[in-house]
Design a protein around this ligand. Sequence first.
Ligand code: HEC
Length: 309
Amino acid sequence: MRTMIHHMKYIFVGLGLFLFTGNILAQNEWVVPEDKVGNVAPFEFTDATIKTGEKLYNTNCQSCHGQPGKENYIALNPIPGDLAWPEVQSQTDGELFYKFTEGRGAMPSFKNILSADDRWALVAYLRTYKADYVQPSTEMAKAFSGAAVLLNTVYDAAQHTLKVTANEMGDAGAAGDPAPGLDLALFAKRYFGDLKLDEEKTTGPDGSVTFMIPTDLPGDTAGMLHCFVRVVNNDDYSNVKEEITLTTDQKADDYSLTEKRAMWGTMKKIPIWLLATYLVVVLGVFGTLAYIALMVRKIYLAGKQNDTN
Ligand code: HEC
């Protein structure tokens, strides 16, 4: 009887441990909705797609996930993991696409940061780490209707507003009926990622929204601000984008070091510390030479005096 109770203790501890680890595993499992699992890219992956995906990966994902296959991801909880791992590569294109579209916890959502095409390009790149990968037929993809919306922008420099009107594409590419209920976002192009200006706005019954342009935002050296408006929260239209260049009163007051790939081509671009170091070195060299010349002259004069004595 005593040994029986003794054994029961272990059984309970074991059962507890079993439930506990089961709970952790359940927490970590990331279930993708059934209707998303079978999603496939609407275009064929080419070398160019893979190149695009690689670039996107390096700027958007590498900071956390590291280089695929190198297991140099950063320590987060849960871990981001290496995307070349078999447990990642065994998932469908639709599952991977869903995960970086929606995000979870420390894993950001890229729904409004990257277009659907860009996110599929990421899938194309990640699949280079799956030896036996065969892309599913693109015919299974939903018909892409991205070209069916036109965006038109009107900038009011005095009011600092940008009015954007969305229209359905009519016959021969002309603007048709207004497109209400579309979420739009305005971005400024920057060297390191695009900067979202103002909030996302939803087009009204006339298909239009008005964005406020911040007045304190510097443009380039000519005061030009390069922007674009994009449809967000909508995978069908996520490639609809309208570029626009705005004039601001704010010129960038400094020369960009990366502009035209010149390092310090002109005096204006040279950092002051570099100029100071340069001057100190030059003055030091000339000072030493002058000192040596002075000493030589002294020796010469001393020698001459000796001769005359
Ligand atoms: C800020 C850090 C961070 C960035 C940036 C990031 N991720 Fe993640 N990622 C994570 C974390 C953390 C997880 C684990 C999330 C979880 O399981 O809850 C994850 C999970 C994933 C998964 C699921 C892996 C699995 O085992 O199912 C995929 C796929 C993924 N990320 C792709 C990407 C892609 C592609 C990008 C770039 C577009 C990216 N991630 C950028 C942190 C990041």
